[in-house]
Design a protein around this ligand. Structure first.
Ligand SMILES: *Cc1c(COP(=O)(O)O)cnc(C)c1O
Length: 394
């Protein structure tokens, strides 16, 4: 276990050393994987640092400690999945409470809010989080939580997290930010006024498409205590193996995110020049409506997610996503392998068609998660897919 985060260290040093002290018993440089479900107590009714793995596990705590430091928080909680983490945060609410969320909120969050939480009397309004007056209009006397994502999914919408947090504070709302896309390498929402940062650790934190996990990070002790109580009472904790793999993933997080972002920018510029492409959505392009916010809110790069639309529409987009070789046709994102998908039929299938249309998620939209492969190979893959997708007679 680590002492308090060593604030003087740079991000990349903390990613390797905070919470990851050598094993005192053996000197092992990498803290061991603790699979034990239960821990011997010093005496009846006396409690050691750990007692039962749902309530706390050393391998999980190591990951939580590192992540809290990287996000500029004091404490983190690791969950079985990103959805379990979001659910844990939403359980702060009570029947009758209202949630304000972005209109291109992650599909699973949309489903949780509209199909599960509505059953217990929690209501939701989706609003354009790039427009404070739209938030103001959607505010009710019952609103308790503002849930933000930046960049948004799949349109890479940029929300001004500092401005929204300031507005929400005036209204007495709690602010949660799903920071899965940006990662703490590029954006740290707690420093911008958010109360809770959420991650699907399945994505960039793990980074290798080999685990499911989620996390919440906070600064406030009371808020942490409430979330911990809910997590321990409901039980969706991250397993030790996943925690171990997440700690391993964090060590290369900044290297991966910066390298993948650099390739994403190059591919976005290239796609933007192709006559068959109607528009490219990437926060790093000056043409993106959120570019100015991205410049101030994302540090050093613009992320490795990008979307684009083919002029030819649905059938061509479908042919495109089925024609790439390096870009694998799969949902998920954030790993070393590049992935491609069609939001309308895959990641956002849990939105109904009307909601998709209303929120600008066209059938012909294609989303890329740019991995760590060479940019030249990825570009060649997109070029051959573009050829196949658009040369076939309609
Ligand atoms: C994947 C994802 C989630 C859900 O996480 P799981 O680990 O799949 O449960 C939430 N938000 C965003 C932005 C995601 O990409």
């Amino acid at each position: 276990m680590s002492d308090s985060p060593r604030d003087g260290w740079d991000f990349s040093t903390r990613a390797i050393h905070v919470g990851q002290d050598k094993d005192p018993q053996t000197g092992a440089v990498v803290p061991p994987l603790h699979l034990a479900s239960t821990f011997v107590q010093p005496g009846a009714g006396e409690w050691g640092a750990f007692d039962y793995s749902r309530s706390g596990n050393p391998t999980r705590l190591a990951f939580e400690t590192t992540l809290a430091s990287l996000e500029g928080g004091t404490k983190a909680l690791a969950y079985a999945s990103g959805m379990a983490a979001i659910h844990g945060a939403m359980m702060l609410l009570e029947a009758g409470d209202h949630v304000l969320a972005g209109r291109d909120v992650y599909g699973g969050t949309y489903r949780l809010l509209h199909r599960i939480l509505d059953r217990v009397g929690i209501t939701v309004t989706l609003a354009d989080t790039t427009d404070l007056s739209a938030l103001e209009n959607a505010l009710t006397t019952k609103t308790k939580l503002l849930w933000l994502e930046s960049p948004g999914n799949p349109l890479l919408t940029m929300t001004d997290l500092a401005a929204c947090s300031e507005w929400a504070k005036e209204k007495g709302l709690l602010v949660g930010v799903d920071n899965t896309f940006a990662t703490p390498v590029l954006t740290r929402p707690l420093e911008l006024g958010a109360d809770i940062v959420m991650h699907s650790a399945t994505k960039y934190l793990g980074g290798h498409s080999d685990l499911l996990g989620g996390a919440l990070v906070v600064q406030d002790k009371d808020l942490f205590d409430k979330l911990y109580y809910i997590q321990n009472a409901t039980g969706a904790v991250m397993g030790p193996l996943e925690s171990f793999l997440c700690s391993r993933g964090l060590k290369t997080l900044s290297l991966r995110v910066l390298a993948q972002s650099k390739t994403a920018l190059a591919l976005a510029l290239w796609l933007d020049q192709q006559p068959e492409v109607a528009r490219v959505l990437y926060p790093g392009l000056p043409s993106h409506p959120g570019h100015a916010i991205a410049q101030q809110q994302m540090e050093g790069a613009y992320g490795a997610m990008l979307s684009f639309e083919l002029k030819a529409g649905f059938a061509a987009a479908q042919r495109f996503v089925e024609s790439t070789e390096l870009f694998q046709l799969a949902v998920s994102l954030g790993a070393v392998e590049s992935l491609i998908e069609q939001p309308a039929s895959m990641s956002h299938a849990s939105y109904d068609a009307e909601a998709r249309a209303k929120h600008g998620i066209h059938d012909g939209l294609i989303r890329l998660s740019v991995g760590l492969e060479a940019e030249t190979d990825l570009r060649a893959d997109l070029a051959q897919a573009l050829q196949k997708a658009t040369s076939v007679g309609s």
